[in-house]
Design a protein around this ligand. Structure first.
Ligand code: URA
Length: 248
């Protein structure tokens, strides 16, 4: 069966589909010895010999799915120009090259999923999927009903209006507020920017859930493999169109 080159590469764990497209466009990929730069190029994964940076892709790559409780002080890219620790430094003894689905800031902690399933990464991070992500935050000052309303209506951050989001006030700590924030977009530093837009700087930020996946008892810096049921759920999310699917 012929399939798109970037799809096969992503499924074999090279990287996310978008990154694979870049590798192809950059001339890093050969099929049967010929460099391919065309994104629509199709291959037969059982017959064609695919190399990336002249390394042959192995076909028996097993899919691995990991849930990590990321501590502050680690970046979610696989490499850092400043040589800071990466989340991969926390994941030892696995025989696969995994990469994070989406990102968390250096100074954000909490739930991060890593996988070598580039196809799932592509689907889950696609903006059309609207997957709920909930964050526990300590924000400066006393939040009130007006702030809840602003989140619900959408906020201007730079040149962009956020879609409706949920702000839930949990309790007050001295002059600050502990809140849960649920968004379903994934703009860069979105929660921090939304909170700044209503005048409440984020002092601490932790992602506590993605859809119905939660951290459970996992301590900071620890990770575990997803269960088969959780993996199935993620695949449903990748094809899900609305909230109802996320809850089922
Ligand atoms: N929003 C942020 O501001 N930072 C994160 O790490 C995740 C969401």
């Amino acid at each position: 069966m012929k399939e798109r080159l970037q799809k096969v590469m992503a499924e074999l764990g090279v990287a996310s589909r978008r990154k694979c497209e870049e590798l192809i466009a950059d001339g890093k990929v050969k099929v049967n010895g010929t460099t391919i730069t065309e994104l629509g190029f199709k291959v037969d994964r059982d017959l064609d010999k695919i190399t990336v940076n002249d390394k042959l892709l192995k076909m028996e790559n097993k899919k691995i799915y990991i849930l990590l409780n990321k501590p502050i002080g680690y970046i979610t890219s696989v490499k850092d120009q400043f040589d800071r620790p990466t989340v991969l430094d926390l994941i030892k003894n696995i025989n696969a090259r995994v990469f994070p689905i989406g990102r968390l800031d250096y100074d954000t902690e909490g739930l991060l999923i890593l996988t070598n399933d580039g196809e799932l990464t592509y689907k889950i991070t696609h903006p059309k999927h609207n997957i709920n992500k909930t964050y526990r935050a300590l924000i400066k000052g006393a939040a009130d009903d007006k702030d809840i309303d602003s989140f619900r209506k959408g906020l201007r951050i730079e040149d962009y209006i956020t879609s409706p989001a949920k702000l839930e006030i949990l309790w007050y700590e001295k002059n600050n507020t502990v809140v849960n924030i649920t968004i379903h977009e994934g703009k860069n530093r979105q929660v921090r920017k939304m909170c700044s837009a209503i005048g409440h700087e984020v002092l601490k930020l932790k992602r506590i859930s993605i859809g119905k996946l939660t951290l459970g008892e996992l301590k900071l810096g620890q990770w575990r493999h997803l269960t088969d049921e959780e993996i199935r759920y993620l695949h449903v999310l990748g094809g899900a169109k609305n909230d109802t699917d996320q809850k089922s």
